[in-house]
Design a binder for this molecule. Structure first.
Ligand code: HEM
Length: 230
């Protein structure tokens, strides 16, 4: 639209109103989605010390004693952390369900015939927990399922390609999330900076349950004890 359509363009220039709306859209789409995902990530990591240990090991290998923000190159090397982020979004997608609407009668890839003007609700949350899709360990938090050894260098780990129609946290098709890549950058920067410096422990007895809404936050927030890593 920005380059080919008329909307938001006046005498060949983008209008202030159009630019305002684009920036607002990016802020709305990209703030709470990341906040929700990071809450679930820190909770899952605190509850799975084996995962925490592997993340810290990878961070030490990639960053050494450098305490500054990770570079793009360093972020790309954080393969296990990337897997942990995908695994978090599989189990706790920031957008738990989506709705799409047909204009005309159609047949879905599943073979289901639908009428025109039909609303379809997709539960991204349920899809992330289906045994047919993810296997018998579908409820386990297992970053390993997202990574494998490189075909050219068996000492190197790489992030597996998983089709968007299987991992639907960012949805798929022409209206897929535009911020997917920047979302991983932001989440990995925050996670790596926090986890290297601090130990996060969930306060005993604090209930952690999802609040199903347009975005899936924790119903009672996340109460944690934060201590400096020795
Ligand atoms: C964990 C983080 C995020 C998740 C889980 C997420 C998920 C989604 C989902 C499910 C959609 C709907 C796609 C559809 O209906 O087909 C969407 C749309 C969108 N997202 Fe994200 N998002 C995240 C972060 C971001 C960030 C950081 C940005 C921008 C900086 C962003 C920008 C957008 C935009 C602009 C759209 C609308 C795309 C369109 O309608 O064409 N998102 N996102």
């Amino acid at each position: 639209m920005i380059f080919s359509g008329e909307a938001g363009i006046d005498q060949g220039k983008l209008t202030d109103g159009f630019l305002r709306d684009v920036v607002f859209n990016l802020l709305v789409a990209g703030r709470d989605t990341i906040a929700a995902a990071l809450s679930w990530f820190f909770w899952l990591v605190a509850k799975n010390p084996n995962v925490e240990e592997k993340i810290l090991k990878e961070l030490a290998q990639v960053m050494g004693k450098d305490t500054s923000f990770p570079t793009t190159d360093e972020l790309n090397k954080m393969v296990y952390l990337h897997g942990a982020m995908c695994e978090t979004l599989r189990l706790y997608p920031s957008v738990p369900y989506e709705h799409k609407q047909s204009i005309e009668p159609d047949v879905l890839p599943s073979g289901h015939a639908i009428n025109g003007n039909t609303r379809i609700l997709l539960s991204i949350y349920s899809m992330g927990r289906m045994e047919e899709i993810w296997g018998s360990d579908c409820t386990d938090f297992k970053p390993e399922r997202w990574i494998s050894t490189s075909s050219t260098d068996e000492k190197k780990m790489v992030v597996n390609h998983v089709p968007a129609y299987k991992f639907a946290a960012f949805m798929a098709g022409p209206r897929t999330c535009l911020g997917r890549k920047i979302a991983f950058v932001q989440m990995k920067v925050v996670a790596s900076c926090v986890l290297r410096r601090f130990k996060i422990e969930v306060v005993d007895g604090h209930p952690v349950v999802p609040e199903p809404s347009i975005l899936m936050f924790m119903k009672y927030g996340l109460k944690v004890r934060v201590s400096n890593r020795a």
